[in-house]
Structures are given as structure tokens and as C-alpha cells.
Design a protein around this ligand. Structure first.
Ligand code: SF4
Length: 694
């Protein structure tokens, strides 16, 4: 700031980190960003920000940026810088050859939450209309795919129910498997303000996260459960509600499928779901479970907020449905201050799902098997669509190692770092004949790529991101992409080179197509976004200015659907060789695989990942604060520095996952959610020893 001097103009845009979706003003002098100032009119952040959005944008100018397309025949060859045309010709020749030899099922694409709605829409369009396959997936596969499944099944739509400001009317918050202070800091501040004003708090987490006890905020109940036992806990909370006559039977009768409620009621009231039985499984005293359930059911407006500590389990989808069951049976849905709210991790994870980046769904969460929906896109795109769901990311990798999947276009994702079982991912990538990576940096996945196409950062994009509250925010370009092309232009170029007539002049035209073809986006356009500032979908004739709170009066699916949620223990168990359970999470200053934040000054706050463990586990192993420890699971081993902390419960250890040097996914397991294949990152049996004794 001091070097660049006073700004000359400001451009309003959206943070590219977490799902809060804070609005910022990029203050400019000439072509340089002087600073990022949180925007007072931003409806998600009201002028607030955290250290990532405010300070961690310098990666856009980092010398590691790749500014020229590159190709290589084999992944052992050195990269060769080439013109765009040569890179496209090389790519198209390989894709055509693979398609001719192996068929279109050998092709696929992965979109990213780092990219705009318009960019992800184009990637799935490229896969479906140009490659001719539904083999398209998004990074939500490894984070919130169970949210999509669970909320759609029970409530009718794959999204959170509330806007952030709804929390101002919450009397009780139930925070499960989320650490908002680190992962969603601006919303955490809003929660804390409400808590200081008198709202009550229940935290369910194996770790004593900041919300459990911080300045002027203390949870009424900390349900410190063992990793992998969310489902019995939510069942026991519901059991208490029914057992003690606290259900809102009027709400259930008016708003829900009553036959399914009766069946669910019988199931939940079984002894196996009682707090007294579940206490054994979860480690949470029955009295605490009962007290928390009473507070949730009788304390006024009660809202559930949850994160990856819910979804990244073998029963992630079951748990999402369990939370919806609890909210419905207490009438805590369909008005301000209540609801079931996923705290989406990434800036545009909601949007990438909305835009049809799933192998079974077209934009707007409509199943590919629906002829009426396919008709819309076949007419719009001028093609015949495949009627069968395509491959998910793990299926693509399995098919690659099996020899039937050969070409992958990855936009803005580093699957070799962010997906589980890295050795298997590497084997899959190395078995492919054409891996195309479009990104800012030569990431880990690019080490297996044949084509590298230089992408654009959020400061170089025009488009939209959709945050955790379904709010569509504008992203505005303040600088030119160093390689001269936006991500949407690269996808469009590839489509054209492959012979498909894709011709947009600006990302706004892509959004116009989304609005034309997707009922929930009918009223969305760049023009309206500029007028209104932002819009929460659904936005259509019925809701011309958007929808802050969903399911008012009626659920999107009509009647709310109670789902049975039997507990099935994960196959990952602590044992004599690996007696501790590892769980994972984020820290405030770093972000996900760290590709962005590690290339900023935020590195000075946290320059490495660590392992947190309880003093009793540390003492028995001769570990102190700062000891370098080896962490081994049956999948592999990594090295981390130890932090000894009372935040942990005995028998449970915790690590962050922001640095490739200590790649947590070397040790995470192959288990995943039964419905969506979201990896079970939150339960890994490990042993920990000081490095010199292992
Ligand atoms: Fe806001 Fe999240 Fe960005 Fe922080 S990281 S500024 S909370 S959007």
C-alpha cells in the first residue's frame, strides 16, 4: 500500500476463498491492485472480512504463475512452451484419437469451486455436448456431495435453507462438525454477536473448537463425540425429542409425509437410539444428550449449522438426513432463525453443484434420466445427450487404472492433493493418455499432465460465485489474465477446435443461457445482479428478487420426508497397531490445499501443518509441543510437528491439510459415503510416534 500510494478507483468483486462469499472493493491504481477493502454494502459480509480475503490475494501476481500453454508427449518429458493454437491442436488430436479408439466413455472432465458459475457451466457443457459423455464431476464430490443428496431427499433441494442474517433471529444454534471461527470467520463473528446477545449454543465436535469457549462466548453443551459417531448422536437427540413429548406434531401433520413420520418415529424410539445406549457409542454422557435435545427443541428458534465434520464420513448423507429429520420434527424449518445450513467450504461449491457439474444431474439438480429436462438442453445445445449417469471422480480414477478411461480435462482442481488415497489417484492419472490441467500454477496433478493451459485468477474473471446461502455475487475483472485468456474462453476454444459451435462474447451470455434453461435461475442476469447487488436463488416469477429463506409454507418437494437413519459403524476402526483416530480441519490463515494462501504473506502465520493431540496421548508416547512426529495409518505415513492440547479428547488426534509436503491424504483411507462416495476424511486409525523412534 505504501509503495503503490493512493487508489484511483475501486471495483466491487467477491472473495475467492470460503463459502461466506464476502464482497470486496478492489482498490486500483492504474492496473495494480492497491488493497482489498471489505465492501459495506456486501449482503453476506456487511463490511467485514477475514485475513484471507483481506490480505491473501497476492498469489495472483506470484512468480509461480504459468503464463504460457505447455505440452509434452510423455509425463517424463520436460514441458515445452507453445502457442495457444499448438496446445489446442495437440489436445484435440489426442482427444479425437482416444474417442475413436476407446469411445466417448473414455473421456471426462472435472470442474472446480474455484471457478465461476459460468466457467463450471461451460465445462459440463463441454463434457456433455462436445465429448458426448456425462463423465463430469466437481470437487464437491470430496466435500458437500452428501449435503446435496441428503437435503434433496428430505426437503427437496440441494442447498441450505437460510440466509446468514437469519441467525439474528436464532435463539439456539446447534453447530455440528464445523469450525466457523477458522473456516467461515465472518459468519462466525455474526454468530458470536448473536450468542453474546443471549442465544444459546450446542457444539457437537470431537475437538473443543474455538466456539466451545472463547471471549464472551461459551457453549451451553459441548457434545464431544468420538469421530464417526454423528449418526447415533443425531438419532439420540431425536429420540429424546420424541421420548419426552417435545416434537411439534402440528408442524409434522401439516407439513410432512405423515406415514413416513410414523415409520421414522417407531424407528427412532427403539432402545438402540436412546441416549443411554448411544452414550456408549459416542462417548457423550446420556444426560448431556438429553439436555442438549431439550434445549434445541424448546429453546425457541433453533438453527443447525454444519460442515465437513458431517459430510466427510461413510454415513455423511445419512447424517444430513438425520439433521433434517430433527429440524422437521421440532418445526425448526421454514422461517427466520431456524433451518439446516451447510457451511460450504469453498467460494463456489454451491454454484459448481448448481451448474450441473455432477455426472447424474443437469443444471438445477435435474436428473439426466428425465426426458423433459434433456429436451431443454438438446434443443439449446443442438445435440443428443447420453441418458445414463456418468462417472464420478473416484470412478474415473478406477476406470483409468482398469484401462477404460483415458482422457481428463481438469479445470482449477488439484485432485492429487485434495482427493483421498493419493497413491491410487497417481496410478489413475499416470494410466491416462491425455491429462489436461487448466490452473494458475503447476500443481501436484500437473505432474501427471500432458497439457497445461494457464488459467485466470478471481481478479482476472468476469462472472458469478454462489455462496453458502445461495447468494449469487458478481465477480468483476480488474486485471487481464497474464496468458491473455479467461478460463471460459479456453473451454470455448477447445469446444470450437473439436468442431462444436460454442460462441459467447461475454460470461453474461453464459448466465443468460443458464437462466433460459434452469427454472431456479430464471430471473438472474448480470444486469439484475448489478441492480440488486446479489440474488439468492430461486429467483423466478414467484420470487423476482430471490429467496433468502426456503421452505416457507411448503417444502420444495411438497411434504417434508422423514428418512430412516440407522447407524452403520465405519469399517475404519482403531486397533492395537493404529490405536488413535485422526480427524482433519482448517486453520484461519490457510485455505484448503494452500495453492493460493501458501503463495501469500499468510504463510508467516502458519507455515506448516501440525498434529494436535491430548496431553495423555502425548505423554505415553514421549511427545511434547514441537516434537516432530511420524503419523502412520494402514495407507501410508507422513511427518508433522506436534501440538499438545486439551482441546483434543484422549484417543483422537487432529491435523490440518494445507501443505503438500505433509499431505494428509497420504494417510486417509479409501472409505467413503455410501450414497455419494464423498471420502471419509474424518476418521482414520493412526499411530503417532516421535520421528526417531518409529
Ligand atoms: Fe469472507 Fe471467507 Fe473470504 Fe474470509 S475467506 S474474507 S470469511 S469469503
Amino acid at each position: 500500500v505504501i509503495e503503490l500510494g493512493m487508489p484511483e478507483r475501486a471495483v466491487t468483486t467477491t472473495c475467492a476463498y470460503c463459502g461466506v462469499g464476502c464482497s470486496f472493493q478492489a482498490e486500483m491504481k492504474g492496473d495494480d491492485v492497491v488493497r482489498m477493502v471489505p465492501y459495506k454494502e456486501g449482503k453476506a459480509n456487511h463490511g467485514h472480512s477475514c485475513v484471507k480475503g483481506r490480505f491473501a490475494w497476492g498469489y495472483t501476481q506470484h512468480p509461480d504463475r504459468i503464463t504460457s500453454p505447455m505440452i509434452r508427449e510423455k509425463i517424463t518429458d520436460p514441458w515445452r512452451e507453445v502457442s495457444w493454437d499448438e496446445a489446442y491442436d495437440f489436445t484435440v488430436q489426442r482427444i479425437r484419437a482416444i474417442s475413436d479408439e476407446y469411445g466417448r466413455a473414455a473421456l471426462g472432465a472435472i470442474t472446480s469451486s474455484r471457478c465461476t458459475n459460468e466457467e463450471t457451466y461451460l465445462v459440463q457443457k463441454l463434457a456433455r455436448a462436445v465429448f458426448g459423455t456425462n463423465n463430469v464431476d466437481t470437487c464437491a464430490r470430496v466435500c458437500h456431495s452428501p449435503t446435496g443428496y441428503g437435503l434433496k431427499t428430505t426437503l427437496g433441494t440441494s442447498a441450505g435453507t437460510q440466509d446468514f442474517d437469519s441467525v439474528e433471529e436464532s435463539d439456539v444454534m446447534l453447530v455440528i462438525g464445523a469450525n466457523p471461527t477458522d473456516a467461515h470467520p465472518v459468519f462466525a463473528s455474526q454468530m458470536k454477536r448473536r450468542l453474546r446477545a443471549g442465544a444459546r449454543l450446542i457444539v457437537a465436535d470431537p475437538r473443543a473448537i474455538d466456539l466451545v469457549r472463547s471471549a464472551h462466548v461459551e457453549a451451553d453443551h459441548h457434545l464431544q463425540l468420538k469421530p464417526g459417531t454423528n449418526v447415533p448422536l443425531i438419532n439420540a437427540l431425536a429420540h429424546t425429542v420424541l421420548d419426552e413429548g417435545l416434537a411439534d406434531e402440528d408442524f409434522v401433520r401439516d407439513r410432512c409425509e405423515v406415514d413416513e413420520y410414523a415409520e421414522w418415529r417407531d424407528f427412532i424410539l427403539r432402545p438402540e437410539n436412546s441416549p443411554e445406549t448411544v452414550a456408549e457409542i459416542t462417548g457423550v454422557p446420556a444426560a448431556d444428550i438429553r439436555a442438549a435435545a431439550r434445549l434445541y427443541a424448546t429453546g425457541g428458534n433453533a438453527a443447525i449449522y454444519y460442515g465437513l465434520g458431517v459430510t466427510e464420513h461413510s454415513q455423511g448423507s445419512t447424517m444430513v438426513m438425520g439433521m433434517a429429520n430433527l429440524a422437521m420434527c421440532t418445526g425448526n424449518i421454514g422461517r427466520n432463525g431456524v433451518g439446516v445450513n451447510p457451511l460450504r467450504g469453498q467460494n463456489n461449491v454451491q454454484g459448481s453443484c448448481d451448474m450441473g457439474s455432477f455426472p447424474h444431474e443437469l443444471p438445477g439438480y435435474r436428473h439426466i434420466s428425465r426426458q423433459d429436462v434433456r429436451d431443454i438442453y438438446e434443443k439449446e445445445w443442438g445435440v443428443t445427450l447420453d441418458t445414463e449417469p456418468g462417472l464420478r471422480i473416484p470412478n474415473m480414477i478406477d476406470a483409468a487404472t482398469g484401462g477404460t478411461f483415458k482422457a481428463l480435462y481438469v479445470q482449477g482442481e488439484d485432485i492429487l492433493q485434495s482427493d483421498p488415497n493419493i497413491k491410487h489417484i497417481a496410478a489413475g492419472l499416470s494410466a491416462m493418455e491425455c491429462v489436461i490441467v487448466q490452473d494458475l500454477f503447476l500443481n501436484e496433478t500437473a505432474s501427471y499432465a500432458h497439457v497445461f493451459l494457464p488459467g485466470s485468477s478471481f481478479l482476472e474473471k468476469d462472472g458469478t460465485f454462489t455462496n453458502a446461502e445461495r447468494r449469487i455475487n458478481r465477480v468483476r475483472k480488474v486485471q487481464e489474465p497474464p496468458a491473455g485468456k479467461g478460463d471460459w474462453e479456453i473451454t470455448q476454444d477447445l469446444a470450437q477446435k473439436l468442431g462444436y459451435p460454442m460462441h459467447y462474447n461475454h460470461p453474461s451470455e453464459i448466465m443468460d443461457e443458464v437462466a433460459r434453461t434452469t427454472p431456479t435461475f430464471q430471473g438472474v442476469s448480470f444486469e439484475r445482479l448489478d441492480q440488486l447487488g446479489s440474488i439468492q436463488w430461486p429467483c423466478n416469477e414467484e420470487h423476482p428478487e430471490g429467496t433468502p429463506v426456503m421452505h416457507i409454507g411448503e417444502f420444495v418437494r411438497g411434504k417434508g420426508k422423514f428418512m430412516l437413519t440407522p447407524y452403520v459403524a465405519t469399517d475404519e476402526r482403531a486397533n492395537r497397531k493404529f490405536p488413535l483416530l485422526l480427524t482433519t480441519g482448517r486453520i484461519l490463515s490457510q485455505y484448503n490445499v494452500g495453492a493460493q494462501t501458501r503463495r501469500t504473506e499468510n504463510r508467516v502465520w502458519h507455515g506448516e501443518d501440525w498434529l494436535e493431540l491430548h496431553p495423555s496421548d502425548a505423554e505415553t508416547r514421549g511427545i511434547r509441543d514441537g516434537t516432530l512426529v511420524a503419523v502412520a495409518s494402514r495407507m501410508g505415513e507422513t511427518t508433522l510437528r506436534a501440538i499438545v492440547s486439551e482441546r483434543m479428547m484422549p484417543g483422537v488426534v487432529y491435523t490440518t491439510f494445507h501443505f503438500p509436503e505433509t499431505a494428509a491424504n497420504v494417510i486417509t483411507t479409501e472409505y467413503s459415503d455410501w450414497a455419494t462416495e464423498c471420502p471419509e476424511y474424518k476418521v482414520t486409525a493412526v499411530e503417532v510416534r516421535p520421528c526417531n523412534t518409529m
